[in-house]
Design a protein around this ligand. Structure first.
Ligand code: NAP
Length: 310
């Protein structure tokens, strides 16, 4: 029996684990893949206080995991498939075992949203990608199309210029959503061209992606874009937001209309003894630094809850 089971090992989950274990709670963190969550897709975390020189998200994730383990948190790499959150004892079933805990913190975060256009799935990993940090180097001296206008699209578009021959950022409006500081980077980068008021209609090719079809949403003009380099292939990086990883929670606690978990300001869900933190929460700004703060808050609230429910 655990005092605290944390589902998800990104910055929110690892910080909750650190605080829980340091507070002498018997703490288990369940993470389906690698500790660090979406941080693993970031080559340099520049906006985390105290690490001015940046550093990769993966490194930061590993350090957070080590710190949580040092205080006694247990980390298991298992995928949660079902939960029973009713009653005083919560049951968390993974692909391997069923665990029991007195409290649960859910920090499963979010995954990249797919556009659902023809060719997107067909050419996944053969031109279409959702992670510039992971796949950018495969597109050395090639043309790359980045779809989206938020922080992720602009930041990763800028990063891709390190590898690509040229980066085209395709945005459905005539103004970016991204932070001004990020916008300045691409506006001042001669390897980046903005394609405004346009959406991706289709990805075409043979064995690899070779052509993107765009539509101007204002004029309805459809245009086809192929490689302008010696390489036949092109890259398409899709950054149109994220969707929550809450499939296993349907009907178990209150979610908003997009599937994110509703909590109060103390990270408490509508189920007693169950908390949520980080990107999975309905509210919040989805930053590493806020995920960390929310993870700490959730774990401290768990400590309080457990001492009131001995
Ligand atoms: P986001 O802020 O939701 O932006 C998504 C972008 O994709 C928007 O520009 C949106 O267009 C566009 N889009 C959405 N659906 C589309 C569709 N069907 N077709 C074409 N375009 C579509 O998502 P994000 O950039 O992934 O960022 C998610 C969160 O993480 C944000 O809170 C962000 O601040 C944070 N983040 C922060 C950093 C950082 O601080 N360095 C880096 C990455 C992410 P519209 O603008 O027209 O809605």
């Amino acid at each position: 029996m655990y005092d605290l089971i944390i589902i998800g090992g990104g910055p929110a989950g690892l910080t909750a684990g650190l605080y829980g274990a340091r507070g002498k709670l018997k703490t288990l963190i369940l993470e389906a893949s690698m500790e660090g969550g979406q941080m693993n897709n970031t080559l340099s975390v520049e906006n985390y206080p105290g690490i001015q020189e940046g550093g990769s998200g993966m490194e930061l994730g590993m350090r957070m995991a080590d710190q949580a383990k040092e205080f006694g948190a247990e980390i298991r790499h298992e995928e949660v498939v079902e939960v029973d959150l009713d009653g005083k004892i919560k049951k968390v079933k993974t692909d391997k075992e069923t665990y029991e805990g007195r409290t649960v913190i859910i920090t499963t975060g979010a995954k990249p949203r797919k556009l659902g256009v023809p060719g997107e799935l067909e050419f996944a990993n053969r031109g279409v990608s959702y992670c510039a940090t992971c796949d950018g180097a495969f597109y050395q001296d090639m043309d790359v199309y980045v779809i989206g206008g938020g922080d992720a699209a602009v930041e990763e578009g800028d990063l891709l210029t390190k590898f690509a021959h040229h980066v085209y950022i395709v945005h459905r409006r005539d103004e970016l959503r991204a932070a001004k500081s990020l916008q300045d980077r691409v506006f001042n980068n001669e390897k980046v061209t903005l394609i405004w008021d346009s959406v991706l209609k289709e990805v075409k090719g043979d064995k690899i992606a070779e052509e993107v079809v765009l539509e101007n949403v204002k004029t309805k003009e459809v245009s086809s874009h192929k490689s302008t380099t010696d390489s036949k292939g092109i890259g398409i990086f899709i950054y149109v937001g994220y969707e929550p990883k809450t499939d296993f929670l349907q009907g178990k606690l209150a979610l908003d209309d997009k599937g994110y978990i509703k909590t109060d300001g103390k990270m408490q869900t509508n189920v007693e003894g169950v908390y949520a933190a980080g990107d999975i929460r309905s509210e919040g700004v989805k930053q590493v630094v806020t995920a960390v703060g929310e993870g700490a808050t959730a774990a401290l609230m768990v400590t309080k809850y457990l001492s009131n429910n001995l």
